[in-house]
Design a binder for this molecule. Structure first.
Ligand SMILES: O=CC(=O)O
Length: 327
């Protein structure tokens, strides 16, 4: 129901598979008049003029030129999470629409998930669980072998906020930490976690037992890891991806895993998401996949929602926007 006093904000839908969490809606409704895509489509002429912001929860609703043309008073797209690869910033800028994201809030949980993937993959937690609960399997823990994480070498590609938090955690696991960054080195941070900078990504790939991808998806990192890079990795190494599926040439990864060029992969991200049910990655014992849940904890998702609310409020009152994404 439209509340005339509150600014109109477009959301994709409430609940369902990709929608705004029901428990967030109550909070949002204190500040905004929420209009779902379905309501907007049914009443474009009237609502189009009223909508002043888009609350983009996990890449929905999809924004294209047609939508922008029909929202003449749109001021801001508040996008959840840190990645902005799903947005056409040039197009939004042409329509004078500002963009915000929620970068720092997601780092801790995403780094935690990176560690969880590394531990679960190396210690074969999923297989272990299946064996433990299966009525058909004889229980032979004496045959059970995984790989150590403690003391192993971790190569972090992309030492941004998430990569650094991974390094902090890896330090507690007494890992040798290598990292590669395209941006400038931060020697203070490096010393704090005892990380060794690899100017050449190849050196990191050759030396690491675990390679963790924590870069943003940009034209420079698109398919950064392909056949050549996988061949440089140790045959005993595991690739962990907590960034974006498109940072890896996925067909090359499948081939490398099938031919034991590398030992395993642990992926929170793929392309597409979800993968088609008959995709080879879903059938391999040496692959662990989670459904893009890096930031999916109650606390973080709530903070993201609050942060997006603040950004929309700032944009609508011409105040500086927290975490504005600049072109
Ligand atoms: O994928 C999650 C994010 O971009 O925060």
């Amino acid at each position: 129901m439209e509340d005339q006093k509150l600014p109109c904000v477009l959301i994709d839908c409430i609940g369902e598979k990709h929608g705004v969490y029901e428990e967030h809606v109550e909070f949002l409704k204190e500040h905004f008049c929420l209009i779902t895509m379905k309501e907007y489509i049914e009443n474009k002429k009237i609502l189009g003029k009223k909508i002043r912001a888009i609350y983009m929860w996990y890449h929905k609703p999809v924004i294209n030129e047609e939508l922008l043309q029909s929202l003449p008073n749109l001021k801001i797209v508040a996008s959840s999470g840190v990645g902005i690869d799903h947005l056409d910033l040039n197009l939004l800028s042409r329509y004078g629409v500002k963009v915000s994201n929620t970068p720092f809030i997601v780092s801790t949980d995403t780094a935690d998930l990176g560690m969880a993937l590394m531990l679960a993959s190396s210690r074969r937690l999923v297989e272990g669980y299946q064996m433990a609960v299966s009525p058909d399997t004889e229980y032979f823990p004496a045959n059970w072998l995984g790989d150590e994480v403690s003391g192993a070498t971790l190569g972090i590609i992309g030492m941004g906020t998430i990569g650094y938090k991974v390094a902090e955690r890896a330090k507690a696991f007494e890992m040798k930490i290598l990292y590669h960054n395209r941006k400038q080195r931060n020697k203070e941070e490096e010393n704090a976690v005892g990380a060794i900078y690899c100017k050449k990504i190849d050196d990191l790939l050759q030396q690491s037992d675990f390679v963790m991808l924590a870069v943003n998806l940009t034209p420079q990192t698109h398919k950064l890891i392909g056949k050549r890079e996988l061949q440089l990795m140790k045959p005993t190494a595991t690739l962990i991806n907590i960034s974006r599926g498109l940072v890896v040439e996925q067909d090359d990864l499948v081939e490398a895993l099938q031919n034991k060029v590398i030992k395993a992969a642990a992926l929170d991200v793929t392309y597409p998401e979800p993968l088609p049910r008959d995709h080879p990655l879903l059938k391999m014992e040496n692959v662990l996949i989670t459904p893009h849940i890096g930031s999916a904890t109650k606390k973080t998702r709530h903070l993201m929602m609050e942060n997006m609310t603040e950004s929309i409020q700032a944009a609508l009152t011409s105040l500086p926007i927290p975490h504005e994404v600049l072109l």
